[in-house]
Design a protein around this ligand. Sequence first.
Ligand SMILES: [Zn+2]
Length: 114
Amino acid sequence: MENKDGFPEMPHVSILQHALKIYTNNLYKVFENRYIKGEGCCQDLLNSSETPYDTEHIYVVYENHFSKNFGFMVRFNLPDQNIVCDCKKYSFSSILCCHYLHIFNIHCVPKIPD
Ligand SMILES: [Zn+2]
């Protein structure tokens, strides 16, 4: 969303507020689009493993509720918020993929990890 001067408006979502602080306007727009795409994703929890030190959740994230035949495997590790997605989009650009952002959303992660 933009205000009348073409600058992104301060969003009400904390991870978007953080993105607005650390990215340029153009990168922020890419991030916001991926965030919105992530909102529309759904997930299946494949496995959770717990040790005394951390928990790892393995999800399959689907970009579309209606076509559950194609998804990406996402491994999310707590409490360090280490996350790996099979789509590898993050390796090619500095912006997190929509699958990451979907999992961050369901775990209420308020900031983009360093
Ligand atoms: Zn991904």
